[in-house]
Design a protein around this ligand. Sequence first.
Ligand SMILES: [Zn+2]
Length: 243
Amino acid sequence: MADSHAGSIADVLAIAAHRDDVEQTCGGTLVRMRSIGVRTAILDLTRGEAGTRGSAEERTAEAKAAAEILGVVWRDALDIPDGRVENTWENRLKIVEVLRRIRPRVVILPYGQGRHPDHYNSATLGYEACFLSGLAKIDTGAPPYRPFKIVYASLYADVRPSFVVDITPFIEDRHRALLAYRSQYGNQQQGTGLFVPEEEIRERTFSVARHYGLLAGVRYAEPFVQKEVGLVDDLTLIPVQSM
Ligand SMILES: [Zn+2]
């Protein structure tokens, strides 16, 4: 693991639009990081008040329960309106304040394309916040800080990943974290038709993880895109068999 930065609260910060986005797209990766001693954190940009099921208060309690299962050291939610995640100066500054407090080496953002505008807007908003966070002239009362690495969790997007993370030993933890959102995923009457029962959630999420696992010769995996090229020291240690 990279050396932790002075005063840093977590090494990896996952930022996403909605509560349970992180669980769905990179929850297994966060558990894996925790298992090797890397400190992880989650910033949800909205509080879920526009959801069909569950109040914002219920979802706060559910997000806390999920965070405990994932083993993150810190989780919070901004007050950006659900369904209106926009790349504004005000929103960028809210994220800058978090980045300068948490000081993560790695930031996980949503991938910049997809069906839901909140998701792709979060990608640009998060990227620009990471950039601004490093500028001393942006005064938030805390020292400037720029993360070393940004990776994009691409599970919601139909795009070929740059790499996948093997979550095989951790997929049950991820599933439990997802089911912590009882108001969304529990078997219940309200909203039937829009939402699928627990068994369907399990089959769907495990199938997607299996798909990405197969790409790399492991059982279950989560996909990521990075904009930079990979750097290799030793050709004999490159993983994933060619044939
Ligand atoms: Zn979402």
